[in-house]
Ligand binder design. Structure first.
Ligand code: FES
Length: 154
């Protein structure tokens, strides 16, 4: 699963991390960077690499909003609804996307193109409201900007 280069990185990190559990987040992050998201198979792989039960890994992946479980959708939209974004209109942004795509957070469009999630702060509060699609941040959003963004990804 991990590239040879990343396997070597893990072995280097093992020397610096006190336990396998402490190494779990960097390993999951490496897998996600390689594959775009975390499949059940890749989470089990991380478990075998670090000798950590799958149930624990699943708990970690669902807790951290920066980690994404593999979805059947092509694009995952993460709309931040934490305080700064909420104060600057993320509720309207989310509602607009829900109406436009016909889905609620946690759902996938019937054409499997989009999935939508509400997320905690993504560290871009100064340019709220914002959303992320993969590693890309879209900031200082307006409803018009959201429409243009969705159209550009058609
Ligand atoms: S509150 Fe939305 S990025 Fe921080």
């Amino acid at each position: 699963m991990l590239t040879e280069e990343n396997k070597n990185k893990v072995e280097e990190l093992r020397k610096r991390y006190p336990t396998s559990q402490a190494l779990l987040l960097p390993v999951l992050w490496m897998i996600q960077e390689q594959e775009g998201s975390l499949s059940e198979e890749s989470m089990k792989y991380a478990g075998s690499l670090l000798n950590i039960p799958y149930s624990h890994i699943l708990g970690v992946v669902t807790f951290y909003t920066m980690l994404h479980r593999k979805s059947s959708a092509r694009y995952r939209i993460d709309v931040c609804t934490n305080v700064s974004c909420m104060l600057r209109g993320s509720g309207k942004i989310l509602e607009h996307i829900e109406k436009r795509l016909g889905i609620k957070p946690g759902e996938v469009t019937s054409d499997k193109k989009w999935t939508l999630e509400e997320t905690e702060c993504l560290g871009s509060c100064g340019t709220a409201p914002m959303l992320a699609i993969g590693d890309e941040y879209y900031e200082n959003l307006t409803l018009e900007k959201v429409d243009k963004l969705l159209e550009s990804l058609q």
